[in-house]
Design a protein around this ligand. Structure first.
Ligand code: IPE
Ligand code: IPE
Ligand code: MG
Length: 267
């Protein structure tokens, strides 16, 4: 079965394809979808450069991909989607690119929030939001408040997010509680740490998708990804569409997650 699928994909061009879509829709077990999908939205710059355009043009094209994926997750009733939009390391980029990304964020929020709200999407932002430019903070706050009562897809935007920064922030919060006598050192356990992360109350990701052909975490959700299934593709983020996500879900469902245990057949 997997071999058949592999040959099927090998003979097709990547990208949207009616037959591929139909195949996946028929073969995915919709009662076993991942509860939390995390995506490193990568490849915008290379996508644009290859076309002789500025990198910012690639980021803009990436918004189309995001729109399709959020809608697809909503329709599939996936409970949580977390996307990496800007890392704590991305400040190293040229000022023009950082500015373009910040402006795009503001534009995205005001343009999309009503449609997202109609689809019952609940927006959250994770990261050091207070370090973003004022106008971004305002936009984020607006989107989060506007959709706070929604009961559909939990959509997390990772902005000025770093996995190490998140752990530092969690340690500081815990340290303060110890100092104030609210908790004792012996109460520190994995659950307590998880409860002090930006993602508290959310399940850990089941599936991590990284487009654009690089094989690294780039400081994304380092604590939460401990047992997440990774899935990579060479498709650049601006070209990424729901059919690619469905393929990731299909392949995710072929894997056996053992969490340190033994294979099911050996039990
Ligand atoms: C991802 O695309 C978007 C952000 C990091 C904001 P890149 O801009 O990293 O694109 P590449 O990796 O250079 O192609
Ligand atoms: C990760 O991509 C960050 C985002 C997608 C927001 P990068 O392009 O910044 O990662 P590296 O530099 O290739 O590791
Ligand atoms: Mg990149």
């Amino acid at each position: 079965m997997i071999k058949k699928l592999f040959n099927f994909f090998k003979n097709k061009e990547m990208g949207y394809n009616e037959k591929k879509y139909e195949y996946l829709m028929k073969n995915i077990d919709f009662s076993r979808l991942p509860k939390h999908i995390a995506i490193i939205m990568d490849g915008n710059g290379r996508w644009a450069t290859k076309r002789g355009m500025l990198r910012a043009y690639g980021h803009r094209a990436g918004v189309e991909a995001l729109r399709d994926i959020v809608k697809a997750c909503s329709e599939l009733k996936i409970p949580v989607l977390t996307v990496y939009a800007f890392s704590t390391e991305n400040w190293k980029r040229p000022k023009e690119e950082v500015d373009a990304l910040m402006n795009l964020l503001v534009e995205y929020v005001y343009k999309e929030v009503e449609e997202l709200n109609k689809n019952k999407v609940k927006i959250r932002a994770i990261g050091r939001i207070h370090e973003l430019p004022e106008k971004c903070q305002r936009a984020v706050k607006y989107a989060v408040e506007f959709t706070s009562k929604n009961t559909g897809l939990n959509f997390n935007l990772a902005l000025n997010y770093g996995g190490r920064a998140e752990l530092v922030d969690a340690m500081r919060k815990i340290g303060k509680k110890i100092q104030g006598g609210i908790i004792e050192i012996k109460e520190i356990d994995e659950k307590l740490i998880s409860d002090h992360l930006y993602t508290k109350e959310l399940p850990d990701p089941d599936l991590l998708i990284r487009p654009a052909g690089d094989y690294r975490i780039s400081n994304f959700l380092i604590w939460q990804l401990a047992y997440t299934e990774f899935w990579y593709t060479d498709v650049m983020w601006p070209d990424f569409r729901r059919v690619d996500m469905l393929r990731a879900i299909y392949e995710f469902q072929q894997r056996e997650r053992r969490f340190g245990g033994v294979p099911k057949k050996d039990k």
